[in-house]
Design a protein around this ligand. Structure first.
Ligand code: 13P
Length: 259
């Protein structure tokens, strides 16, 4: 049975002092919850990773460490980049790969997404590959075709036994930061389609174990319904993960759903 993953993507928010405060607050609130089959992860900016890792380790907090991006290059003349081995050394468990903001603003195409996913997995971390259609693509009825292209290209050539090293997050661009989430039915349909693509590439066993997340204006008001979809195994949360209270309210809904 798949466990749930509730991951907070902090994006370009929280300097390291703010991160200390947020993790402290989160740790306190999580200590009052019985997480059961729900895993919690945070994806702070690079400059916070060391601090968050120390706090999580020192206080034994039930929080997995995630990064928001990394280079597909190992080392070399790539000013401003951070490599997968560097993140692995910090006990990073999850790395977002190909978030739509990276694709749109930092020229990350399907090929680089694929190479980055491979680099992350090679270092023993979990690649959280982000996929999703734009509003125009959705209006033209291209949602499933876009998802198929993005997923197929990202996982091409990965070994079949990659189930524990791969998560795919469905994040429709029109739902990100807009306050309008996909309906639970749309999220389920998209995740089911993604699972079929994984099945046709990596086989039934892997497809059955890989966790699929939904992201885009997720909140405590819609979390339970979104998570009720049989193919939706978690949430990638942006805005609502920036406050411990609103993030924990979502986690509480996940616990209720996965009881
Ligand atoms: P919001 O939850 O703010 O819509 O952001 C979603 C997202 O992009 C998470 O990666």
């Amino acid at each position: 049975m798949r466990t749930a993953l509730i991951a907070g993507n902090w994006k370009l928010n929280k300097d390291h002092l703010e991160a200390i405060h947020l993790i402290g607050d989160l740790g306190l609130r999580l200590s009052n919850l019985d997480l059961g089959r729900v895993e919690v992860a945070v994806h702070p900016p690079f400059t916070d990773l060391r601090t968050v890792q120390s706090l999580v380790e020192g206080d034994k907090l039930p929080i997995s460490l995630g990064a928001q991006h990394c280079s597909h290059h190992h080392h070399g003349a790539f000013t401003g980049e951070v490599s997968a081995p560097m993140l692995a050394k910090l006990q990073t468990r999850y790395v977002l790969v190909g978030h739509s903001e990276r694709r749109a603003m930092f020229a990350m195409d399907d090929q680089v997404v694929h190479q980055t996913a491979k680099a992350v997995i090679t270092e023993g971390m979990v690649a959280v590959v982000c996929v999703g259609e734009t509003e125009a693509e959705r209006e033209q009825g291209q949602t499933l075709a876009v998802l198929e292209r993005q997923v197929r290209s990202a996982i091409a050539g990965l070994p079949d036994n990659v189930a524990d090293d791969l998560v795919v997050a469905y994040e429709p661009l029109w739902a990100i930061g807009t306050g309008t989430a996909a309906t639970a039915a749309d999220a389920q349909d998209a995740c089911s389609a993604i699972r079929r693509v994984i099945e046709s590439t990596l086989g039934t066993a892997t497809a059955g174990s890989v966790r699929l997340l939904y992201g885009g204006s997720a909140s405590s008001a819609n979390a339970f319904e979104l998570l009720s979809g049989p193919d939706v195994d978690g949430l990638l949360v942006g805005g609502a993960s920036l406050e411990a209270q609103s993030f924990c309210d979502i986690i509480a809904e996940a616990i209720r759903c996965y009881r």
